[in-house]
Design a binder for this molecule. Structure first.
Ligand code: GLP
Length: 266
């Protein structure tokens, strides 16, 4: 696992966008795994800027989003599809047919989940997966207790997640109780994973996920089992890491001696 501690949310976002852009330049038909939440918004803004100002081309890119609320149509302004359209897809040239976001109104959630998994495989798997982290340590909507081998499925949200998300809805009763989410096992099959976190609110759970034991109680801790994970943090989110000085030292050494290795887990 490589941990990069940046000075600010903007620096974290720029670093993540640079890695995604490098992936697209290296393989124009890259399959991107995308996340919602406030954390990746800056990364998406930077990718939009690169598209508009530098011609970063998404015409061959394929995307798979991590999750979606059950019961919200894609047109609902709190659905993850709506979020992605407005924060990224409408501002870049990714073809609509290349975009996959779990469908929260599927007639059979079971069939939909099996289809989603098979589509990811049909496109050759995810090249680079972007993740945020929930207050309870979840990645996507893999709430505490999710099997570390889980696949795309229906998940009941915890009360903590429902409360966290209530800020986006008119009242608590409107917040969905269920979601379709890629499983931890699905996520771990991505070839490369970038997890982002910012702000002091995330410091404790980030430390548990990176330096604590691997446990289904903190699904992000499963990333310790993956061989190519880069965690990019701002300094507030990194403030409870015991080995922060070592991570900074590693980064500085690479920057000085082997800059091409930054962003490659070693
Ligand atoms: C939701 C999403 C996660 C996201 C998390 C954190 O639960 N399902 O994918 O990582 O929110 O959100 P934020 O980035 O707003 O802190």
């Amino acid at each position: 696992m490589e941990v990069i501690i940046t000075d600010s949310y903007e620096a974290m976002s720029a670093q993540a966008a640079k890695m995604i852009a490098q992936q697209i330049l290296h393989k124009p038909s890259s399959v991107l795994g995308l996340a919602t939440g406030s954390t990746p918004v800056g990364t998406y803004k930077e990718l939009i800027r690169m598209h508009k100002e530098q011609g970063l081309d998404f015409s061959k890119v394929v995307t798979f989003n991590l999750d979606e609320y059950v019961g919200l149509p894609p047109s609902h302004n709190q659905s993850y599809r709506y979020f992605m359209d407005h924060n990224l897809f409408h501002h870049i040239n990714v073809p609509t047919g290349h975009i996959h976001v779990p469908y929260g109104h599927a007639e059979s959630v079971l069939d939909f989940c099996a289809w989603y998994e098979s589509e990811i495989k049909r496109y050759g798997g995810i090249d680079i997966q972007i993740l945020g982290i929930g207050g309870d340590g979840h990645i996507a909507f893999n709430e505490p207790g999710s099997s570390l081998g889980s696949r795309t499925r229906l998940k009941t949200l915890t009360q903590e997640t429902i409360t966290d998300n209530a800020r986006f809805f008119a009242n608590m009763d409107e917040v969905p109780r269920f979601a379709i989410t890629m499983g931890v096992g699905t996520i771990l099959e991505a070839r490369k994973i970038i997890m982002l976190a910012n702000g002091s609110k995330k410091a404790k759970i980030v430390a548990e996920a990176i330096e604590g034991p691997v446990s289904s109680q903190v699904s992000a801790s499963a990333l310790q089992l993956h061989r190519d994970v880069v965690v990019i943090l701002d300094k507030e989110a990194a403030s409870k890491l015991k080995r922060a000085d070592y991570y900074k030292w590693v980064y500085d050494q690479k920057a000085k001696l082997m800059p091409a290795l930054i962003g490659k887990a070693t």
